[in-house]
Design a protein around this ligand. Structure first.
Ligand code: HPA
Ligand code: ZN
Length: 346
């Protein structure tokens, strides 16, 4: 067995311990197989898998689409407000255990409204869990409504319309699902309307799609953050644009590994993104499917790329810089980060 250098071990310990924000988590991707089976039983929903073990064994993906097929099947057990609450509350407790102090949670309403679930059941169930996390754990959170890009512009507009009565409960919109063949420009008018409503805008781009999709997310959708964005490294002008504008990338290392965006974590571009001066952050994407929550993403990335303690602190700082919080909350999170790094100064 090879020895792990002390510097890597201490960077990993630091990563585990410091406060962090998570900015790229699909709440439906936090549904653990045990909860899928419990909700299926509670709601009388039939599953094609006979056991938790059989379902987990199916989690071997070759690309984004092979994952999405199973992810949408898993979400079919969610019917009632209480189901959305239970799912989000389970995630928020896991996040708190990883020293996540703020999280911005994606949800996919079309996956549920298409099955007859009311928009209010989705949003109010998630919101109730967020309120409980604030009250009991001091963990702040925001909700971000994602449009499924494999569906039409018309469907996205109808979804936005259905969510407007609940506008106070979400701070922004995103774009997810099958990337290739569904460029950001398909949703130019929807995002323009969202910006008029004062919503923040983010978009998945450059996970499997080319750098051109990142350009479109920036220039057409006016996205304030890019989700994934790892393929930006293929375009030097794009890297320069992202660096000078400080547009954050919400990078998900274990997701990239499990969906074969990289062939091993040792090849992951995270260190190159940091060295290029980009505001890159670490996130879990769909932790129940990709083998780990936020700390596991940090730990495996630190080990695979020999990240330093300075890299780890930079990643945590970036997560606070990239979050959609008030200036006061940002300053508070940076303060607790600094107190954690240097615990005793008198
Ligand atoms: N990419 C696109 N859509 C998604 C993802 C992802 O990584 N996870 C859940 N929906
Ligand atoms: Zn994602």
């Amino acid at each position: 067995m090879t020895d792990v250098p002390t510097s890597v071990q201490s960077a990993a310990d630091l990563a585990r311990r410091i406060p962090k924000a998570e900015l790229h988590i699909h709440i439906e991707g936090s549904l653990e197989p045990e909860l899928i089976f419990a909700l299926a039983q509670r709601n009388g929903v039939a599953l094609t898998y006979s056991s938790v073990e059989a379902l987990r064994a199916a989690y071997a993906f070759s690309d984004l689409q092979s994952f999405l097929d199973i992810y949408y099947a898993g979400a079919s057990v969610l019917l009632h407000e209480a189901d959305f609450f239970d799912m989000a509350w389970a995630y928020l407790q896991r996040a708190h255990a990883d020293n996540v102090v703020h999280t911005e949670i994606f949800f996919d309403p079309q996956t549920h409204t298409a099955r007859g679930v009311p928009m209010a059941s989705v949003i109010l169930g998630l919101k109730r869990a967020c309120d409980r996390a604030q009250a009991e754990l001091g963990l702040s959170s925001h909700l971000i409504l994602c449009f499924l890009r494999h569906l039409s512009e018309e469907d996205a507009f109808a979804t936005l319309e259905a969510a407007i009565p609940l506008r106070e409960h979400f701070i922004g919109v995103g774009l997810d699902s099958s990337e290739l063949g569904h460029p950001p420009e398909k949703f130019a008018r929807v995002f323009a309307r969202c910006r008029e409503l004062g919503l923040h805008t983010v978009a998945h781009a450059g996970e499997e799609g080319p750098p051109e999709y990142i350009w479109q997310a920036l220039d057409v959708l006016k996205a304030e953050r890019i989700d994934h964005g790892v393929r930006c490294l293929e375009d030097a002008a794009l890297v320069a644009r992202l660096a000078t504008s400080r547009i954050p990338l919400t990078v998900c290392p274990l997701s990239n590994l499990k969906l074969c965006v990289v062939s091993s974590l040792a090849d992951h571009p995270m260190k190159r993104l940091l060295d290029a001066g980009l505001c890159a952050t670490v996130n879990s994407d769909d932790p129940a499917y990709f083998g780990g929550y936020l700390n596991e993403n940090f730990l495996q990335t630190v080990h695979a790329l020999c990240l330093s303690a300075a890299d780890v602190v930079q990643l945590a700082r970036n997560s606070f810089e990239a979050s959609f919080v008030s200036a006061e909350r940002r300053a508070e999170m940076i303060r607790i980060l600094e107190q954690t790094i240097v615990p005793h100064q008198s």
